[in-house]
Write a protein that binds this ligand. Structure first.
Ligand SMILES: Nc1ncnc2c1ncn2[C@@H]1O[C@H](COP(=O)(O)OP(=O)(O)OP(=O)(O)O)[C@@H](O)[C@H]1O
Length: 400
């Protein structure tokens, strides 16, 4: 895929900017708070239909625009995919009526309104912002969010299965609570258990296979970035593990060799096992009024030379592992969909040592299309800067 044009209107600090985007690597250079990250944020919004930086969509509408009765922020990305031109337009709209303010979004693909769930995967992108070290250091929720977003972009039906699974969990939890208060019949759970096992097995199956493939690609990238010093492993820790019987021990958080091979399980086998497990813990779940196993409780850990980097990694180690994971994501998405995603890297060279910077730049030289931001061009080699396009971003404007 190639992004060819980008238009931003009333998005964050941008009043209106309309620009062609070159192929290959584009470096956005500029001082702090000039609007570099905003461009990456807007582009990744086209992939995920949510911001990875804002708490809510309202924050994305330019302050001045918010004074209008109807305030609209617009992102338009034009791109080529499989030799066809596409146009993706996102409008984030704040409306005020009867003293009530609400913010909604509209997504138009080639002029036709669509939903985020249907459109996900249309504009594949991989984003790395410094805050994403939370994938390693943060809570399991951060890692599930990361996995879900990555898989939703590349696996047809994953986003829908996830939405349905989350709805099932809410309904099932409400029922468990009623049963625990003796206000409903436990047999009513049978219906929800069937639905839950079906959706859960689909999600677990794809997480198993995606993490195995991501690990393979991440290991390759990481050995390159660490001069063969560190072996990276992604250790899936599903809350229902098809490889274990109901009394199995948890694998150690720190030792990768304990990681069981789950790749031979079919979705049917996972579904059956999941169902069996739900039956065996039914009383406990009723007591707690909660769904205690399933993809909503999964985790995965990232280990370097068998050490959990989220807990023990240095800043540089964590950053490098994150870069390896992101490079793996590109390879995995391309293998899975046949489409090369757009790479978006925010201040990625900062905090890397000289050798790792050079290795990453070498890799970037082979990249299909990527947009990089930097507030310090001296992080890049002279030859890298000569080879690629550099634009300056100042006060919400782009100077070419
Ligand atoms: N809704 C908004 N309306 C107007 N300005 C905003 C809005 N949201 C954020 N900004 C401003 O946009 C500016 C640009 O932010 P951005 O994160 O893109 O800068 P940057 O060039 O990446 O800086 P840094 O190098 O410090 O990361 C910031 O000064 C920020 O306060």
């Amino acid at each position: 895929m190639f992004l060819t044009n980008l238009t931003l209107s009333n998005f964050r600090s941008y009043h209106h900017v309309e620009t062609e985007i070159p192929r290959g690597i584009l470096l956005l250079s500029g001082g702090n708070a000039q609007g570099k990250t905003t461009i990456l944020e807007a582009l990744f919004y086209c992939a995920a239909f949510s911001s990875q930086l804002a708490e809510n969509d309202r924050q994305l509408i330019r302050f001045e625009e918010l004074k209008e009765p109807v305030a609209v922020a617009r992102i338009v990305a034009q791109f080529q995919k499989s030799n066809t031109e596409h146009k993706l337009e996102i409008r984030i709209i704040q409306e005020t009526a009867n003293f009530n303010t609400r913010v909604r979004k509209e997504i138009l693909l080639n002029g036709i309104k669509t939903s985020a769930q249907k459109a996900i995967g249309t504009f594949p992108a991989v984003l790395l912002i410094p805050q994403m070290t939370a994938i390693l250091e943060g809570s399991p929720q951060e890692r599930r969010r990361y996995l879900n977003l990555t898989l939703s972009q590349s696996i047809p039906g994953y986003a829908q299965a996830l939405t349905e699974y989350n709805q099932i969990i809410s309904q099932r939890n409400a029922l468990l609570k009623l049963i625990s208060e003796r206000k409903a019949d436990p047999q009513q759970l049978d219906y929800w258990d069937d639905l839950m096992a079906k959706r859960a097995s689909f999600i677990i199956y794809h997480r198993i296979h995606a993490l195995l493939k991501l690990e393979e690609f991440a290991q390759e990238a990481h050995l390159r970035l660490t001069a063969n010093q560190e072996k990276l492993c992604l250790n899936y820790q599903p809350s229902y593990d098809p490889a274990k019987d109901s009394t199995g021990n948890e694998p150690s958080k720190y030792v990768m060799s304990n990681c069981p091979d789950r790749s031979s399980f079919s979705t049917d086998e996972i579904e059956k096992g999941f169902h069996h497990r739900l039956n065996s813990i039914r009383n406990k779940e009723i007591e707690r009024g909660l769904s205690t196993i399933g993809p909503h409780r999964d985790d995965f850990r990232i280990n370097g030379n068998e050490i959990d980097l989220g807990t023990y990694g240095s800043r540089g180690q964590i950053r490098t592992a994150l870069i390896s994971l992101k490079l793996a994501e590109i390879n995995w998405m391309q293998t899975k969909t046949g489409v090369y995603p757009l790479l978006l890297l925010d201040e990625t060279l900062a905090e890397l040592d000289h050798q790792r910077r050079n290795d990453l730049q070498e890799w970037l030289n082979t990249c299909n299309q990527g947009i990089l931001t930097t507030s310090d061009l001296s992080h890049f080699t002279e030859s890298f800067i000569q080879k690629h396009v550099v634009w300056n971003v100042t006060g919400g404007t782009i100077q070419k």
